[in-house]
Design a protein around this ligand. Structure first.
Ligand code: AMP
Length: 120
């Protein structure tokens, strides 16, 4: 179930501000408010989708193509390609998803360490 009052829905309605990196017909990229790397940008679809599984099941092909291109264009426009970057999308409880609107994190600007933290 999509919560229309989640923080990214409110950004899309311009009820709260964001630092935009890129905007396309179906997607928006903006700086994360609490960056975990020198470059930390979020890319979201403008449609009401909770996660990648939800988006891939319900979104029209045009929105999916726009979103995938927006992620790549964001990495290019941030100058992240030469040094390398990581994309990540949390979905659900085990992944610790905080905002229930699909978002892809784009991290760059320093060595990003192991892909997952190890369980002790
Ligand atoms: P996740 O844990 O994958 O759901 O990540 C949610 C991300 O949204 C976190 O990195 C937060 O710092 C970020 N975030 C939360 N509120 C805002 C906001 N108003 N503007 C930009 N980023 C935000």
């Amino acid at each position: 179930m999509y919560d229309p009052n989640n923080v990214f829905a409110r950004i899309l309605r311009k009820e709260i501000p964001c630092k935009t990196v890129l905007e396309t017909e179906h997607s928006l990229a903006f700086h994360d408010v609490n960056p975990q790397a020198p470059v930390h940008v979020l890319v979201i679809p403008k449609g009401a989708y909770v996660s990648m599984d939800d988006f891939s099941a319900r979104a029209p092909a045009e929105e999916i193509a726009d979103f995938v291109r927006a992620v790549g264009e964001t990495a290019r426009s941030l100058g992240a390609v030469a040094g390398g970057y990581r994309i990540l999308s949390n979905a659900g409880a085990n992944a610790g998803q905080e905002v229930p609107h699909l978002h892809v994190h784009v991290f760059a600007g320093r060595p990003l360490g192991p892909m997952l933290s190890r369980r002790d």
